[in-house]
Ligand binder design. Structure first.
Ligand code: NAD
Ligand code: 6OD
Length: 484
């Protein structure tokens, strides 16, 4: 049995309480994880604070940049260990962890290192009506101690997406990964040690949300800012907690994303792209499309083609390189997804494919698998069309006009991402600009440039991260005005 520990002030530390880490592919307990109590969260925050007063606080940008590249080197030098830990954490196919999560973790450190190196600051030469003259320039300073709370779906990618810019800006961090996925964050602590990151700069506490490490961290008076990725309702709870101390927050929350497929699309590209957008990572990507709107003339053909894609997905062991779809993260999450499968039936859906649980003779039968599922025929007001399911499932509805497609796509309390599929680029631009979301893709999906703004509107979040947006969130600006 493996033991997964907290990492505080450069040391791996155990706690009195432990919880089990379960393999989603077969339901077996694979590790015991130390749950940090409130005194350990205090120690982590104190250690982060002290690091700002020691070497780390005196590091210049050049030294921080060099160190972040060393962290990326350390991740790459242990590539296979990170892939194994990501697969053990999530049950995602090894091919996906190798192509997406681990390379992105290293890229997050490199991109934000390079960005802070070249980022300039604003300056203004000011002349007042009464003849005074001044030079204004802003300087960037760290926020201090940043609390980072992350979910289980892309645990390493999303953690490093926040840790890298936070460290680039000179902060020290205390991270609380999801209780479902403790492995890669712990391996990242080893990579930090290997890279020579000073003690206290990266602290890791394991545990749950309410009345556990997550809440202790967000409630902590000596944490200067909180950045969170997860469910919208959790974001609301964290917002209530941090309100008392008026901390800056960045929230990347849930979605109920739409895809709009016009009859003039490149049909094969659109089918392949939407299959990715619906089923990647077993539908557990916040950007996944759960609502697909298809222009009437190609509706039947599109539904048939996506059904073919869903039914040809190789579902199986995450360790098999041929596997394309793994299990959901947990028994509890599977029950949630299956409850939506039942709800869709009750709400009058036509099941095009799936709707249940695949059968396995092997130990995978104890895993948390569901079938990739497509529904049609639901009213737009149905709960299963309105609420985030976070599984390999979509509802496909026909539309008659561009205006109707835009109206249906925007009829949601969420607003994270959308994709538009058309060979008419003028229409692509026009429709994209009407999407009430933070991220719109045209003829692609989840094609990322880390310098671009990332975030959502409505229930999908507050603020933007990515590129300069991350640097601006993770720093305080001090404007200096010099009378000339
Ligand atoms: P979750 O909100 O249940 O948990 C996320 C993290 O918050 C976990 O570490 C959890 O322990 C912690 N937490 C829970 N309650 C807390 C509390 N009261 N105080 C402090 N911490 C608390 O989310 P999840 O189930 O892990 O992830 C899935 C959700 O995340 C989906 O809704 C998905 O859309 C969303 N998500 C959004 C993005 C994005 O970029 N917008 C990215 C990935 C996932
Ligand atoms: O690609 C990213 O930077 C990012 N934040 C992806 C989020 C995916 C949500 O599950």
């Amino acid at each position: 049995m493996k033991f997964i520990q907290n990492y505080i002030d450069g040391k791996f530390v155990e706690s009195a309480r432990q919880f089990a880490h379960v393999n989603p592919a077969d339901g077996s307990v694979v590790a015991q994880v130390s749950e940090a109590d409130s005194s350990m969260v205090d120690a982590a925050v104190l250690s982060a604070r002290k690091s700002l007063r020691r070497d780390w606080g005196r590091f210049g940008v050049r030294e921080r940049v060099a160190l972040l590249h060393k962290v990326a080197d350390a991740i790459e030098s242990r590539f296979d260990c990170f892939v194994a830990a990501e697969v053990a954490d999530t049950g995602k196919p090894i091919s996906l962890a190798s192509k997406l999560d681990v390379p992105r973790a290293a890229a997050n450190f490199r991109v934000f290192a390079d960005l802070i190196k070249t980022a300039g600051m604003e300056s203004f030469h000011t002349e007042t009506p009464d003849g005074k003259s001044a030079l204004n320039y802003a300087v960037r300073k760290p926020l201090g101690v940043v609390g980072i709370i992350t979910p289980w779906n892309l645990p390493l990618l999303l953690l490093t997406w926040k840790v890298a810019p936070a460290l680039a800006c000179g902060n020290a961090v205390v991270v609380k990964p999801s209780e479902e996925t403790p492995g890669t964050a712990t391996l990242l602590a080893e990579a930090m040690q290997q890279a020579g990151v000073p003690d206290g700069v990266y602290n890791l506490v394991h545990g749950f949300g309410p009345n556990s490490a997550g809440e202790f961290l967000t409630r902590h008076p000596d944490v200067n800012a909180v950045t969170f990725t997860g469910e919208s309702q959790t974001g609301a709870a964290i917002m209530r907690t941090v309100a008392a101390s008026v901390k800056p927050v960045s929230f990347e929350l849930g979605g109920k994303n739409a895809a709009i497929v016009f009859a003039d699309c490149e049909f094969e590209d659109a089918v392949n792209g939407i299959a990715q957008a619906v089923f990647l990572n077993t539908g557990q990507v916040c950007l996944c499309a759960e609502r697909v709107y298809v222009e009437r003339p190609i509706f039947e053909r599109f539904v048939e083609a996506l059904k073919g894609k869903a039914e040809s997905l190789r579902i199986g062991s995450p360790l098999d390189v041929a596997t394309e779809m793994g299990p959901l993260i947990s028994a509890q999450h599977r029950e949630k997804v299956l409850s939506y499968y039942r709800l869709a039936q009750e709400e009058g859906a036509t099941t095009i494919t799936g709707g249940g649980v695949p059968h396995f003779e092997s130990s995978l039968g104890n895993g948390f698998y569901v079938q990739p599922t497509i529904y049609t025929g639901l009213a737009e007001s149905a709960r299963s069309v309105k609420e985030e399911i976070f599984g390999p499932v979509c509802h496909i509805a026909p539309f008659e006009s561009e205006e109707e497609a835009v109206q249906m796509a925007n009829d949601t309390k969420y607003g994270l991402a959308a994709s538009i599929w058309t060979s008419n680029l003028r229409r692509g631009h026009r429709v994209a600009q009407q999407m009430n979301v933070g991220i719109t893709w045209v003829n692609c999906w989840f094609l990322r440039d880390l310098r671009t703004p990332f975030g959502g509107v409505g229930l999908s979040g507050i603020g933007r991260e990515g590129g300069m947006h991350s640097l601006n969130f993770y720093s305080e600006l001090n404007n200096i005005c010099i009378r000339l």
